[in-house]
Design a binder for this molecule. Sequence first.
Ligand code: ATP
Ligand code: MG
Length: 236
Amino acid sequence: MTMIATQQVTMQLLGGGQTVTILQDVTLEIPDKQTVAIVGPSGSGKSTLLGLIAGLDRPTSGSIWLDGREITQLGEKAMARLRLANVGYIFQSFHLIPTLTALENVSIPLELTGDSHARRRATELLQAVGLGHRISHYPVQLSGGEQQRVAVARAFACRPPILLADEPTGNLDSQTGQQVIQLIMALHRDAGTTLVLVTHDQQLAASMERVITLRDGRIGSDQLTSNDGNGSGGQI
Ligand SMILES: Nc1ncnc2c1ncn2[C@@H]1O[C@H](COP(=O)(O)OP(=O)(O)OP(=O)(O)O)[C@@H](O)[C@H]1O
Ligand SMILES: [Mg+2]
């Protein structure tokens, strides 16, 4: 079954009074549970593509489907609801809410879905990412790796079928980065999450089942690796 599909997605923006084409005719299908790396030079459109798949932005033209529903047809409210239920997003720069504790940050998506056990579930998630002793800490009181683990717990809170991660290890040292990746892969295995990860790390990309390379806003190559889907094929 296809979990993510894009059909001729094009994104143009105005920059310096000129129309700049950031993505052009990007068509792809990502099956349920697949692990995909998106790689390519800086400025090739990776973050833009991920943001469009997440419904954070709308393409200039083309269509995007998540789990069979065309998100490019949805209004803001319907889009927000669908995103909450289906998509976890991890940013390079963590994006935790600074005025909320770790526990509160992870509780938010659960509370938004009306989960009456939000706090308990958030506590369990923080324990699962090794931060049971840091639940009352504010982001500023946490290290970068700890903040990213809170962000991972938050992204998985509603058990989304899709996890999107934009350079999740980009701001971490290599050892902490590996811990975060191992955590993401463990949660992917347990929950059968479809995983799309943007990275500049060749080794990490090679540990996914599929590597898509963007060049100047187009798909330059799209290759399956020899990995079996539980993240054991690479060296991570
Ligand atoms: N709001 C915007 N207005 C104008 N141009 C933009 C805007 N956002 C992004 N761009 C341009 O679109 C191109 C693609 O940006 P994007 O952030 O998707 O690249 P990327 O592949 O994620 O790069 P990096 O590896 O550096 O994160 C870049 O040239 C960028 O300057
Ligand atoms: Mg980027």
